[in-house]
Ligand binder design. Structure first.
Ligand code: AP5
Ligand code: ZN
Length: 217
């Protein structure tokens, strides 16, 4: 099963991808997480990606495609279910993903469009907190950690993502409209697109997602 999550910043893709990967034997590939990890590790890729991410721009396709390629081919052959969270984000990336999957004799099972109003997304992101160690995300109101401002798993203080500054969030949204939204047609034309109203509670959104995914199996 190969599922693609598409949606603007703050819509809840990462939250839902983690819930899905906890329920089913699926590997989550989040390019945002992988890039933040590369920046933290100060790899060559991380150094090249950093300024794009800080400005809210997309990291160049070639870098992201290499990263996903490496991750998919590095996963044991017994794993054949993936959630792509935040990838592809351009038509070029979508074509490359098709190509990569074709070399494995498989194809995308479903693309899910998470949709929601911009103002509410900005407010979600301003309350987001992240564990600097495991990248688990929390929210000061909607997904609180068990202990005040500490990661439930790592017990370290939570931080705010540097690109969760309002001006950068707006820039990320505008990039989404220009470069990523055309992907909806790309998948709609192939009858692979499903839409989820992401404005409801985390559990209600997951119920819809689970229903869609269980139809695939
Ligand atoms: P990335 O990390 O992918 O960021 P994004 O797409 O902007 O998405 P977010 O992580 O901001 O939001 P989300 O939808 O995952 O929401 P979340 O679940 O956290 O990318 C960052 C950057 O990396 C990009 O700007 C780009 O530079 C680069 N990049 C990444 N992939 C790339 C690619 N393929 N190509 C090129 N560049 C790439 O939820 C948000 C908050 O709301 C959380 O606090 C959460 O707890 C809370 N929440 C979630 N759901 C709900 C709900 N239903 N109700 C209430 N609160 C909720
Ligand atoms: Zn943690």
């Amino acid at each position: 099963m190969f599922i693609v999550f598409i949606g603007p910043p703050g819509v809840g893709k990462g939250t839902q991808a983690n819930m899905l990967a906890a329920k089913y034997p699926m590997v989550k590939i989040s390019t945002g997480d992988l890039l933040r990890e590369a920046i933290k590790e100060k790899t060559v890729l991380g150094e090249r990606a950093k300024s794009f991410m800080e400005r809210g721009e997309l990291v160049p396709d070639a870098l992201v495609i290499d990263l996903v390629n490496e991750k998919v081919t590095g996963t044991p052959k017994t794993t054949n279910s993936f959630i792509f969270d935040g990838f592809p984000r351009t038509i070029e990336q979508a074509k490359e993903l098709d190509h990569l999957l074709a070399t494995k004799g498989v194809q995308i099972s479903m693309a899910i469009d998470f949709s929601m109003d911009e103002e509410e997304r900005v407010s979600r992101l301003s309350g987001r907190r992240m564990c600097p160690k495991c990248q688990r995300t929390y929210h000061i109101r909607f997904a609180k950690p068990k202990n005040d401002n500490l990661c439930d798993v790592c017990n370290v203080p939570l931080i705010q993502r540097s690109d969760d500054d309002e001006a950068v969030i707006r820039q990320r949204s505008s990039v989404y409209w220009d470069l990523t939204r055309p992907l909806l047609d790309f998948y709609r034309q192939r009858n692979l697109l499903q839409t989820i109203d992401a404005s409801r509670s985390i559990d209600l959104v997951f119920k819809d997602l689970d229903k869609l995914v269980s139809k695939i199996k």
